[in-house]
Write a new protein. Structure first.
Length: 157
């Protein structure tokens, strides 16, 4: 988070000037800075703020971004933020496994760090309905690409 009182703000379009040039002499492209601020790199997102329609970052935010990227490479365990599409993909796979294996808590095998919190990534938390509680239509409903097609090639009910 950017602290307006203590950090030196720069427009995001000027961020490439504060980043060292590559060995070839080329500077980082401005689109890379916008990508870092929206999607991030390996789960690390560049802090930005919007003021009056302009997007700003700070020199300190660029330093934190570089430090976090460097630490993810050296720690061996990268920080990541699971995307919505990946979460949905894991939910579908878990449901399919539950159906095939007849188990209600297959999510444990997908996430070894499961603690069953309310927003647990493994999907086995207390707020997640079990396979028996979900309707057949909701388990077969396609999400994302192919949303207009029946799931698993089955005819729509």
């Amino acid at each position: 988070m950017i602290d307006l009182a203590n950090e030196q703000l720069i427009p995001l379009r000027e961020a490439p000037k504060w980043i060292p040039a590559r060995p070839s002499g080329k500077r980082v492209h401005i689109s890379a800075c916008y990508r870092w601020s929206s999607r991030g790199v390996r789960g690390v997102v560049l802090d930005t703020i919007k003021v009056g329609g302009s997007t700003y970052t700070s020199i300190e935010a660029l330093q934190r971004f570089a430090d976090e990227l460097s630490s993810t490479r050296t720690n061996g365990k990268p920080r990541f933020r699971r995307t919505l599409s990946r979460t949905r993909q894991l939910d579908r796979a878990t449901s399919k496994l539950e159906t095939l294996l007849g188990k209600s808590e297959v999510g444990h095998s997908l996430n070894q760090d499961c603690k069953h919190d309310a927003e647990d990534a493994c999907g086995a938390g207390p707020n997640r309905p079990s396979l028996a509680q979900t309707s057949e239509a909701s388990r077969r409903r396609p999400i994302g690409r192919g949303a207009g097609r029946p799931a698993d090639g089955l005819p729509e009910a």
